[in-house]
Write a protein that binds this ligand. Structure first.
Ligand code: GRF
Length: 190
């Protein structure tokens, strides 16, 4: 059984869909939800769905504690879903091509430090882009710079508010993230 850990800092709608997608899966399971924000909505979702959660802070992420926990739990794949901290180089090295992220824009544009949540959609609208979308990519030690695994696009309509664009992007995320993780799991026989 491939053991997936999801790391999230926020509401956790993607985390929920990943848990649900793999709940009855023959080869993979979300066995842990890691979170760096005690009040994050993702913790309630993990609780409701019966998945153990692991709360940690920035110090523990950087000092090797989180890495030891993930290795100790025999995690095969780390999936970031709205996780806002930079993954330290040691953790990237401990999970080579085994950490992936989803970004709510078409990287390499509109990525990097500080480009998360509504900031991304505001920048896309301000730049008068005609389309936006999602990018799923391997994680390296820089924000949003790893090799791309998947992109999907959606239109940006004139007069779009950041909220309207965010809703269109979230729909893409929910439709595609579980599928891309599934393909990765099957293709790599992780
Ligand atoms: C998503 O927009 C994702 O692209 C970004 O953070 C958000 C997470 O949303 N990385 P949720 O917490 O899964 O609802």
């Amino acid at each position: 059984m491939i053991r997936i850990a999801v790391l999230a800092s926020g509401s956790g709608s993607n985390t929920q869909r990943l848990i649900e997608h793999f709940a009855q899966h023959a080869q993979a399971r979300v066995v842990l939800v890691g979170c760096d924000q005690p009040q994050a909505g993702v913790l309630q979702r993990a609780w409701d769905l019966g998945v153990p959660s692991y709360l940690f802070n920035g110090v523990q992420l950087r000092d090797g504690t989180v890495q030891r926990e993930l290795l100790g739990q025999r995690i095969d794949l780390v999936v970031l879903a709205g996780f806002l901290r930079l993954i330290p180089a040691d953790l990237v090295k401990a999970f080579p091509q085994r950490i992936i992220n989803i970004h709510p824009a078409l990287l390499p544009k509109f990525g990097g430090k500080g480009m998360f949540g509504s900031h991304v959609h505001e920048a896309v609208i301000a730049a008068k882009e005609k389309e936006s979308g999602i990018t799923i990519h391997y994680v390296n030690e820089h924000y949003d710079e790893g090799e791309h695994l998947f992109q999907a696009t959606c239109p940006v309509h004139a007069g779009d508010t950041p909220e309207a664009l965010a809703a269109r992007i979230h729909a893409l995320e929910h439709a595609h993230y579980p599928q891309v993780v599934e393909q990765l799991v099957l293709a790599n026989g992780l």
